[in-house]
Design a protein around this ligand. Structure first.
Ligand SMILES: [Zn+2]
Length: 241
């Protein structure tokens, strides 16, 4: 394997590690964004539930009022009939119906009054809830702006790294690329390691057969460690040696 390929693979590995870190940071920012939105979402949800309950109560109250109105009209008719009764038996019957309808009307009115009271109290608490929605929104604003610009910065960085990645990918051969990509896809971070001076694999430290070591040092074909599978490159030349 040529020195250029070794360098490219190592750079690619480095860029991919950076990409992974940037992606983690983006995920983290997104989590923080979602968390920051929770108080507002909760306040909005409570306000909405209260608003729904309020309109249901208003609807019920109107129904009670119109039902009381109907009974009032019925009472008027019964009152008229009362003036035209022919005998005691008829009078008793009309009076009995009048009593029933009047009691029912009063019950409707009572219930409507109770609801009106509840409506007033709910309107007060809805005002308070809407104030806390506004407060939560005002608090979230700058926080969200900050997190969104942080995310934008990381995304720009990710774009740059991905471009750089493409450049390094173009530098390596198909065989190396396939090994590299399948390693990364399976979640392994180390794809290429150097042969150590003592002849061990730089990743798993397993000994590599002498003949294979020579092939690696010769820099020909791509050679992989039999034990751990990483691509093994010739030993790193340190400046001192
Ligand atoms: Zn190995």
């Amino acid at each position: 394997m040529s020195q250029e390929t070794v360098v490219s693979l190592k750079e690619l590995q480095k860029v991919d590690d950076e990409i992974r870190q940037v992606r983690e940071r983006i995920e983290d920012v997104e989590e923080r964004l979602a968390e920051a939105e929770v108080p507002l979402l909760e306040a909005e949800e409570t306000a909405k539930a209260t608003r729904d309950r309020l309109s249901q109560m208003k609807l019920d109250e109107r129904k009670l009022e119109s039902s009381a109105d109907e009974k009032r009209a019925r009472i008027k008719k019964l009152d008229e009939r009362m003036t035209k009764v022919q005998n005691l038996r008829e009078e008793v019957a009309v009076r009995a119906e009048l009593d029933i309808v009047r009691r029912a009307m009063e019950a409707d009115e009572q219930e409507a009054l109770g609801l009106l009271d509840q409506i007033r109290r709910t309107e007060v608490s809805l005002d308070e809830l809407e104030a806390s929605v506004a407060e939560a929104r005002a608090e979230l604003g700058p926080q969200r702006e900050e997190l969104e610009s942080e995310r934008a910065r990381e995304q720009a960085q990710l774009g740059k790294l991905e471009d750089r990645r493409e450049e390094w990918v173009e530098q390596i051969g198909d065989g190396e690329r396939k090994v590299y990509e399948s390693f990364r896809a399976s979640g392994r971070r180390v794809v290429i390691a150097h042969l150590l001076e003592d002849g061990a694999c730089g990743n798993c430290f397993g000994m590599i057969p002498l003949q294979v070591q020579n092939e690696i040092r010769g820099g020909g074909e791509m050679i992989r460690c039999e034990a751990c599978g990483v691509i093994v490159a010739a030993p790193e030349t340190s400046p001192e040696s």
